[in-house]
Ligand binder design. Structure first.
Ligand code: ATP
Length: 340
């Protein structure tokens, strides 16, 4: 039987690297962490990396790629990986890459991801192409705002133009006007294996955003007096357990997204992914984003989530689930099935 000792698992030291590397070690792999030279401390301290390769900036990834290739390393992409290398340049990666590279372009482009979600039959917030048509609460998202800084809410065309003129976004002020869904944010974590052909629900989280999540601590009058503006800068993630009667719908959504991804790129979407949205008081789930790779919201579950515990009876993080998929693929001589 082919042996995993011939392979290593590698990722960039940020985002979900601790979880990915810990999971890989738990499955018996040797691990490599590529770190920015001033940010290696956590990866040393937590002992998840057998080897640390230091570079000045993640943007210089291609300078050390040959080192990874020489060691037969399999790269695991995550959010920072895609952000630093860029969805287009990911296509130039020559090292073994877990997951479909092409799908990362679909998730990184707002128009393409929306087309994917709509074609899959997922409920999405309405988009207003013309500000004069605003007839309900909307959230205005500027491109490249990163972390939701500078987003604003409006309720009418007048309010939109007033806020828009105040906004100092720069870069041509390209934006999207999206219906604002009043409800609770829920991020659903999935894993789809091409080896088992099965979709798993790994868990849920909500983001802990500053200052959107702290504004309730300030009375409405004080918010107005002090002129507090809502921002959505992500600072952490909070675990959630979903009302159980919503679970069948969550499985159904994930299956639709996986199915429709097969029309987009060869091999389609597999491995971890996440649907990000808001559930309204009528229990409708409006999805405004898809991440076609591991998300940081899985980090509270390094020792497994309530859902992975039901299925595995052993600690199973999303990072470890990835490593297990790779291990199964190697042992069954099907590694090409999980690389893309
Ligand atoms: P990206 O992940 O593309 O960088 P982002 O993190 O900057 O995007 P989003 O995830 O689109 O921004 O939104 C930031 C936050 O704004 C969300 O976590 C959510 O709380 C809120 N939000 C976004 N879109 C909506 C919506 N249509 N209705 C209600 N709340 C929304």
């Amino acid at each position: 039987m082919p042996d995993i000792r011939g392979y290593k698992i590698a990722t960039l030291g940020s985002h979900t690297a601790l979880q990915i590397l810990k999971g890989a070690k738990d499955e018996g792999f040797s691990t490599i962490c590529v770190c920015e030279k001033n940010n290696s401390r956590p990866y040393e301290s937590y002992g998840v990396a057998d080897q640390i390769i230091k570079i000045d900036s993640f943007k210089n990834y291609f300078d050390i790629e040959q080192e990874l290739i020489d060691q037969n390393a399999i790269i695991i992409p995550h959010g920072s990986f895609v952000a630093y290398i860029g969805a287009k340049k990911v296509m130039d990666i020559k090292a073994m890459h877990y997951g479909t590279k092409g799908i990362l372009e679909w998730e990184s482009d707002r128009k393409m991801e929306r087309k994917w979600l709509i074609d899959a039959g997922v409920r999405c917030p309405k988009i207003f192409n013309n500000p004069d048509e605003i007839d309900r609460p909307v959230i205005v998202k500027f491109h490249g705002a990163r972390g939701g800084k500078g987003y604003f809410l409006a309720n009418s065309p007048q309010e939109f133009y007033q806020r828009y003129n105040e906004y100092d976004g720069g870069e041509g002020k390209s934006f999207v006007i999206q219906e604002y869904i009043v409800g609770v944010p829920i991020y659903s974590h999935y894993f789809y294996s091409r080896l088992t052909g099965e979709l798993e629900v790994m868990g849920f989280d909500k983001r802990y955003e500053s200052n959107a999540d702290s504004i309730g601590r300030v009375a409405a009058k004080d918010q107005v007096d002090v002129g507090i503006r809502t921002t959505y800068t992500i600072t952490g993630n909070v675990p959630i357990v979903l009302r159980e009667s919503l679970l069948p719908g969550i499985f159904n959504l994930g299956e639709k997204v996986v199915e429709s991804s097969k029309n987009l790129v060869d091999k389609g979407l597999f491995g971890p992914f996440c649907l990000e949205g808001v559930i309204d008081p009528d229990l409708h789930y409006y999805v405004f984003e898809i991440s076609a790779r591991i998300v940081a919201g899985t980090n509270p579950y390094i020792h497994g989530s309530p859902y992975t515990w039901l299925r595995y009876d052993e600690p199973m993080s999303t990072g470890r689930r990835i490593a297990r998929d790779i291990k199964m693929a190697i042992e069954q001589n099907k590694l090409e099935k999980v690389l893309g």
